[in-house]
Write a protein that binds this ligand. Structure first.
Ligand code: FAD
Length: 542
């Protein structure tokens, strides 16, 4: 098979245009082409009004060798590389079953690979199965009741279950782990297009049923799930090797290989691991707000006359500004987790601490576009002193947001015009905020550090020059966005184990090794491979 890249066609091209483009590129006759598969499809919207689709195609030919010899040296034609993921060799059956903590994408893919290797892993998850968790999450959104162990952050499917389900990432992949994640998702019910769209997304409802289907598959392979069970502590031997886990039901689970896939919100677990001396260090993350605009404004700005075209769907954006004002010098302000046609969601997991994020359905058909507008922060400058200092920083601003919203889970909001004029909002305008259970117009400087206020004030007019209307007076900002990534990293060595705790395999977003569903899933695969390698080696290597 040959791979053809950079095939550029008009947005409204006829289906046969693909074949014609292949014939022209390879200079072959129609009967020489046996099959054409779309490997990737993206679009180039740099010239609004002339948006082009960009294809990568895999082509099966009658006489591939002859064609290859003829096109040798051409930049956009090459043999199709291997795309299949290969499981590592199965290690001998261990005395103790491997344990995975956390049923987010990282934990799920670690479980899947360990189960496919016949190792009958056990998963411990503090939250509930996804159906119950959905009810519990709605409890906050509809009735202002937070369930601290079963919510947007905690429970089957992990943090991204109620999300836009964006499935792209900038990570490299020379072992086809990304393909493995996407193919398993499709097998669990995701639309096939995620295999070839350059920026695929799934949306919330599908993710829920996919997670259930994956669980059924893992259980059929001998994996075991324990929900509503929190890992409270890890027991270490005199050599600091993992001996087992103390669970919230009062039991002790003997284990010597544990994948730690706890996400970025398990603050109590981070503290327990720190107490045990597990090596960790503070890392940079970001703080800011969610901003909402009419989706139509973003569509028109990005796609011009082709706004609303069904092939393009709702438009997204990615913007960044580097601050110069003294109050925010050296800070970057950037859009984060942009959700076209979606809604801002309450993403809290602790009583009295309010945090936002964004989600959408597959159709991305809601009225508003939303994105985080966040400011970079670093341990050295903003939360020095302890690996856990970033957690305290997050908690402080989440508490301020809870109070600014009225201490009833309403979120504090402010119109952009008022924010730029440094006056509190007392009313809303054209853009109706989507956050549930409700919002309180106020002054967002009550719940953001001064440097973040200064940075966002400087950035909004700059963003308006890139996306006309971005700083429209009625655009709504909702605070506070504090969980852009983990505030710490639990470092691991080349064997995938904690630097000073053999048998502990830190992985995924919480350990600081992933950011997003896809990269967390890939890192889960990596963690499972590391567990398998340590079993094959016979002994834990510290
Ligand atoms: P998590 O998904 O956080 O999973 C960790 C799991 O561990 C949780 O289920 C938790 O309950 C469990 N756990 C924690 N501590 C313990 C313990 N002590 N004992 C037992 N279990 C424990 N990413 C994207 O790529 N695209 C998006 O569109 C997107 N949208 C998002 C929208 C929202 C609202 C949120 C909150 C996140 C979104 N993300 C998105 C980010 C994405 O969800 C995360 O990057 C990803 O889920 C991280 O995966 P993980 O498995 O490392 O951790």
């Amino acid at each position: 098979m040959l791979r053809l890249t950079e095939i550029k066609l008009p947005l409204d091209h006829e289906p046969e245009a693909l074949r014609d483009a292949v014939l022209a590129r390879l200079r072959v006759a129609p009967e020489d082409v046996l099959d054409i598969t779309v490997f990737r499809r993206g679009h180039d919207a740099r010239r609004r009004g002339a948006i082009a689709l960009i294809y990568t195609l895999d082509v099966t030919l009658r006489d591939e060798a002859a064609v290859l010899a003829r096109v040798a040296g051409e930049r956009h034609v090459a043999p199709t590389p291997e795309t299949a993921y290969r499981l590592p060799a199965a290690p001998p059956a261990p005395r103790l079953r491997p344990v995975v903590i956390g049923a987010g994408p990282c934990g799920l893919f670690a479980m899947l690979i360990l189960a496919q290797l016949g190792l009958r892993p056990i998963l411990i998850e503090r939250g509930q199965i996804v159906r119950q968790r959905t009810q519990d999450t709605w409890g906050l959104w509809r009735r202002s009741v937070l369930s601290p162990e079963s919510n947007v952050q905690f429970g089957e499917g992990g943090a991204g279950t109620f999300s836009d389900g964006k499935l792209y990432s900038g990570i490299g992949d020379n072992a086809n782990r990304i393909r493995k994640v996407l193919e398993e998702f499709v097998a669990a019910g995701a639309p096939e297009e995620i295999l070839y769209l350059s920026k695929p997304h799934i949306g919330t409802f599908r993710l829920v049923s996919m997670v259930e289907k994956m669980r059924a598959g893992i259980e059929a392979l001998g994996g075991e799930y324990r929900f509503g069970t929190r890992v409270e502590d890890v027991e270490l031997g005199p050599d600091r090797a993992v001996r087992g886990l103390h669970l919230s039901d009062g039991t002790f689970l003997e284990a010597d290989r544990v994948v730690l896939a706890i996400g970025h919100s398990a603050r109590d677990t981070f503290a327990a691991l720190h107490e045990r001396g597990v090596f960790m260090e503070a890392k940079p993350f970001s703080i800011g707000v969610r901003i909402e605009h009419p989706q139509g404004l973003i569509d028109r700005c990005r796609f011009g006359p082709q706004a609303g075209h069904p092939t393009l769907g709702a438009a997204d954006y990615k913007i960044v500004h580097h601050c110069k004002t003294p109050a925010a010098e050296g800070r970057a302000v950037y859009s984060f987790c942009m959700c076209p046609g979606g809604q801002v969601v309450a993403a809290a997991s602790e009583p009295g601490r309010l945090v936002t994020n964004g989600m959408s359905q597959y159709s991305r058909a809601e009225r508003n576009a939303n994105a985080g507008i966040v400011v970079s922060i670093t341990p050295e400058r903003d939360y020095p002193g302890s690996p856990l200092a970033g957690l305290a920083f997050q908690r402080h601003w989440e508490e301020r947001a809870f109070i600014a919203g009225g201490s009833n889970w309403n979120a504090p909001v402010q119109r952009v015009e008022d924010f730029l004029a440094a006056r509190p909002s007392t009313r809303l305008g054209e853009v109706i905020p989507s956050y549930k259970p409700g919002v309180t117009p106020t002054d967002l400087s009550l719940c953001l550090p001064d440097f973040a206020v200064a940075a966002i004030r400087e950035a909004l007019p700059a963003f308006d020059r890139q996306i006309r209307g971005f700083a429209m007076g009625d655009a709504v900002m909702t605070a506070v966005e504090t969980r852009t990534s983990s505030p710490l990293r639990i470092r691991r060595d080349e064997t995938g184990q904690s630097l000073n705790t053999p048998g502990l395999f830190p992985a995924g977003e919480g350990a600081g090794y992933a950011g997003g569903i896809l990269s967390a899933g890939v890192d889960g695969i990596r963690a499972a491979e590391a567990v398998a390698a340590s079993l094959s080696a016979g002994a834990l290597v510290a």
